[in-house]
Design a protein. Structure first.
Ligand SMILES: *Cc1c(COP(=O)(O)O)cnc(C)c1O
Length: 375
């Protein structure tokens, strides 16, 4: 049998960087500033220059990034924050952790992202339930930016804060603007499998408003004031390690080329994969970071067949996500959009993600397409 094809090939990326990551880590070992060392500040400036956000506040992980935003905006009990039901749990978890109420909204099957129509109906549900609508967390699922123009219009209409959960989309763009500048706050994750990943946990909040950035910088270090032992509010310990920052600085230099390659692979898949599979569409005004390439099977049985074929051919795959959040036992009690969350349920039964990492070879792409041939 041919060698297995993994979802992710971090070894190939490390080899391509030719010892630069090892050298960067070695420099941190030498200077010893493991917490808030110079690489952390340098990375924040480089990320800001890359995406165009005025301020970048790195933190311990992408979930904390969302929690920090909720804290910075004083979102808490009695407040409603609208989140898609078809996403990773962290999006809703950050809201619930603050004692606020996540309200689940359906997604569009074409983009996997939050449905604007469903969002508007969910606002009424929250008001009827006596909650104060405060914000929307749009998720750029699988790397594709959500429809920020339409979302912004709804947020203005109802006075809502717009937060982008860009854990999967750092490096993507919408109307030629990079993710990081599309919402009031953008959060991202540097978990190893994300488009820009480190060698452990990491995250960041991207924001233009200087006062918000100041609050976030205080919150990530125990609510510090002028010094560490001056505590002006209740915060967290949520800093990005210097070693992780040093790794990210090296990887950032190849992110654009990696995203170009992911786009090429997505094109190849769209051309070659079986006609009967739903494929993610390209949108004229959006460029995906392609964290995942996710097809939609016509039925749950076809998905089962495809997973068996892929396993036989040694191709790794993922099912993101097998259960929408409004059906999870930890989250079932929270409200959902009145028209239901039909697409979220349907997608959870039919989606299948296949390898799209930038070091995938053309012959591997052909092998994956062959193993998924339904004709
Ligand atoms: C990965 C992810 C997160 C959380 O990031 P962590 O760094 O793992 O905490 C949040 N939202 C989405 C959509 C994600 O994919």
């Amino acid at each position: 049998m041919d060698a297995p094809i993994p979802m992710l090939d971090l070894a190939a990326q490390r080899a391509r960087l030719g010892g630069r990551i090892e050298a960067a880590i070695a420099r941190v070992l030498e200077h010893g500033a493991f917490i808030m060392g110079p690489e952390v500040m340098a990375l924040e400036e480089e990320l800001s220059a890359y995406c165009g956000a005025q301020h970048v506040v790195t933190c311990a992980n992408g979930t904390d990034a969302l929690v920090l935003v909720m804290m910075a905006e004083n979102i808490g009990p009695g407040d409603a924050v609208f989140v898609p039901s078809f996403t990773f749990v962290a999006t809703a978890e950050a809201v619930a952790l603050r004692g606020a109420t996540p309200v689940f909204v359906d997604v569009e099957a074409e983009t996997f992202n939050i449905s604007v129509a469903s969002l508007e109906s969910a606002v009424k549900v929250a008001v009827d339930a006596g909650l104060q609508p405060r914000g929307v967390i749009a998720v750029d699922l699988f790397g594709l930016p959500a429809d920020y123009d339409s979302l912004r219009a709804i947020c203005i209409k109802y006075g809502l804060l717009l937060v982008a959960d860009a854990a999967q989309s750092f490096g993507a763009s919408y109307n030629n603007r990079r993710v990081g500048t599309l919402a009031d706050y953008t959060t991202t994750s540097f978990f190893p499998s994300k488009p820009l990943g480190c060698y452990g946990d990491g995250g960041a909040v991207l924001v233009d408003d200087p006062a918000s950035a100041g609050r976030l910088r205080s919150l990530r270090v125990h609510g510090k004031g002028v010094g560490k032992y001056d505590n002006i509010c209740v915060g967290l310990n949520s800093r990005l390690d210097t070693i992780q920052a040093s790794v990210l600085r090296e990887k950032l230099t190849v992110l654009d080329e990696e995203i170009d390659r992911r786009n090429q692979i997505a094109d190849a898949y769209r051309e070659s994969l079986s006609e009967s599979l739903g494929k993610p569409q390209t949108m004229i005004n959006r460029r995906s970071a392609w964290a995942q390439f996710t097809v939609i099977s016509p039925t749950i049985e076809v998905r089962q067949l495809l997973t068996e074929r892929l396993a036989t051919h040694g191709v790794e795959f993922g099912i993101y996500y097998p259960k929408p959040l409004h059906l999870q036992s930890g989250y079932r009690t929270f409200p959902t959009a009145p028209d239901g969350t039909l697409q979220s349920v349907q997608l959870s039964q039919t989606v299948l993600s296949i390898p799209i990492h930038p070091y995938l070879q053309n012959d591997q792409i052909r092998r994956i397409c062959r193993s998924m041939d339904l004709s």
